[in-house]
Design a protein around this ligand. Structure first.
Ligand code: NAP
Ligand code: MG
Length: 500
């Protein structure tokens, strides 16, 4: 593992953006927290404070919910034509594209993902999501329904799909801007109003997006962005009696707290939670393609992906070759600050995540796992961890059972397909899985047996605004993206009348 050097020159707008304390967006105004408090966001490559941000709390959430409520119940948003709403979303996408480099740099500073990745994945993915969902704004339809027991032609019955109302959205730090887009775009397409709480570690790009939301002409109060801590601002939003729905992405542990908090007014809940996704390599796979695919499945975004292919199962004959190949790739990954052009992998997002991932490594070694590459913290400054491949693991170890959320993969050989599928499914999660084989019938058969919301065959980490994404089991409730996501942001109303 080499260390990359030489950072890119910071865009002047980005330098200016982080130099001033950032306010929160409530009812179209940039305001301080009611308490006057701010909190720091850090540069994970150095641990230094990057910017100060208004610290939203219960009172700010109350103000933001009131603004969203008024915008939804009385405001212009619902009265706009669907095509007007669509046009504003399209304009927002254009504005994000225009400011793409600023977003990429700001994301790279706040989260420390490689700038190259932010440029090709996070920012274009955000633009695509707003454009794709802008198209849906004009295509949300009901059905006409022939009643089953009333006699033909006696009733006219139809359904309307209406916006669910005021939505609280709570997002994580691994793809801060993109997660904001995954949440905001379908909500806006459906005609909802939103209070968005970004993660404490990475609030900056969601706030910059707030500026463009205003520039796009989206009316005041339709989108409110309240940065703050989960236990205070997040919890207040999830529990708020005037919020109709909460959409959450993050840990399964906090997902359960969201469900409890939502019970007070039985608001609708959608959850995008953790994973421990199996990546299955058969003997007959195209190994030259599989090895980089399996490495990317775990090391992309430093392993901080809910769908990371963190359990690699390889059919016995190819086990050594695949483990060796993935380990070699890991050993060549350049670790450094996200803003250094040569960097392949940045630091983890925080000291907390560094401690957590290193804790898993120690527990794995204590239980008998061995590292073929990596296995420890990289350097002494910043939150870097070496990309790691663990072998000699078994199904009882914490490193095999629990989500590590870092660049750590366990590799296990298998002989028998039924045993493989049982092992792959032996997890409380069910977010994603990978299958690598040239035998297409086998690939489809295995795909049908896996309990996962996404199965990638001979590829991994392929996302598209049109492709639904979400989890089985404790990986979540509901599907984001695709037309399926509209179900999360709409209510169905059945209307019927006698016509004879
Ligand atoms: P987390 O606590 O689940 O954070 C996700 C979001 O929920 C953040 O905005 C967080 O705010 C907020 N939150 C925290 N406690 C809350 C509460 N009681 N009520 C309402 N909102 C609350 O995740 P984390 O602590 O950042 O990371 C811990 C682990 O979660 C990771 O190691 C990883 O395993 C998992 N994770 C999964 C995903 C995913 O995409 N599935 C993403 C991130 C993390 P604050 O940021 O202010 O705490
Ligand atoms: Mg947290």
């Amino acid at each position: 593992m080499a260390t990359a050097t030489q950072a890119v020159t910071l865009d002047q707008n980005v330098a200016r953006y982080v130099a001033k304390p950032r306010k929160m967006l409530i009812n179209g105004q940039w305001v301080d927290a009611a308490s006057g408090k701010t909190f720091p966001t850090y540069n994970p490559a150095t641990g230094d404070v990057l910017a100060q941000v208004a610290e939203g709390d219960r009172e700010d959430i109350n103000r933001a919910v009131d603004a969203a409520r008024a915008a939804f119940d009385q405001g212009p948003w619902r009265k706009l034509s669907h095509s007007e709403r669509s046009r504003m979303m399209w304009k927002l996408a254009d504005l994000v594209e225009k400011h793409a480099e600023e977003f990429a740099q700001l994301e790279s500073l706040d989260n420390s993902k490689p700038l190259t990745i932010a440029r090709v994945a996070d920012v274009p993915g955000t633009v695509d999501m707003f454009r794709y969902m802008a198209g849906w704004a004009t295509k949300i339809e009901g059905n006409t329904i022939p009643l089953s027991a009333q006699g033909n032609g006696k009733f006219l019955a139809y359904t309307l799909r209406e916006p669910v109302g005021v939505v609280g959205q709570i997002i994580p730090w691994n793809f801060p801007l993109l997660m904001a887009a995954w949440k905001l775009a379908p909500a806006l397409a459906a005609g909802c109003c939103v209070v968005l709480k970004p993660a404490e570690q990475t609030p900056l790009t969601a706030l910059l997006l707030g500026e463009l939301i205003q520039e796009a002409g989206i009316p005041d109060g339709v989108v409110n962005v309240v940065p703050g801590y989960g236990e205070t601002a997040g919890a207040a939003l999830a529990a708020h009696p005037k919020v109709d729905k909460v959409a959450f992405t993050g840990s399964t542990e906090v997902g359960k707290l969201i469900v409890q908090a939502a019970a007070g007014n039985l608001k609708k809940v959608s959850l995008e939670l953790g994973g421990k996704s199996p990546n299955l390599v058969f003997d007959d796979a195209d190994i030259e393609r599989t090895i980089p695919g399996a490495a990317m499945a775990i090391f992309f975004n430093h392993g901080q992906c809910c769908c990371a292919g963190s359990r690699l199962y390889v059919e016995s004959k190819q086990f050594d070759k695949v483990v060796d190949g993935v380990s070699q790739i890991a050993s060549k990954i350049k670790i450094g600050s996200g803003l250094e052009p040569a960097t392949d992998m940045g630091p983890l997002v925080s000291q907390e995540q560094l401690n957590r991932v290193c804790g898993y490594l120690e527990s794995g070694f204590a239980e008998g796992a061995k590292a073929t590459v990596g296995g420890k913290r990289h350097g002494e400054r910043g939150y870097f961890v070496e990309p790691t491949v663990l072998v000699n693991t078994n199904e009882r170890m914490k490193v095999v059972r629990e989500e590590i959320f870092g660049p750590v993969v366990t590799a296990t050989p298998f002989k028998d397909i039924d045993d493989l599928v049982a092992k792959a499914n032996d997890t409380e999660y069910g977010l994603a899985a990978g299958v690598w084989t040239r035998d297409i019938a086998k690939a489809h058969r295995v795909a049908s047996m896996l309990k996962a919301g996404t199965v990638w065959i001979n590829c991994y980490n392929v996302f598209d605004a049109a492709l639904p994404f979400g989890g089985y089991k404790q990986s979540g409730w509901g599907r984001e993206m695709g037309h399926e996501v509209l179900e999360l942001y709409t209510e169905v109303k059945a209307v019927c009348l006698p016509i004879s």
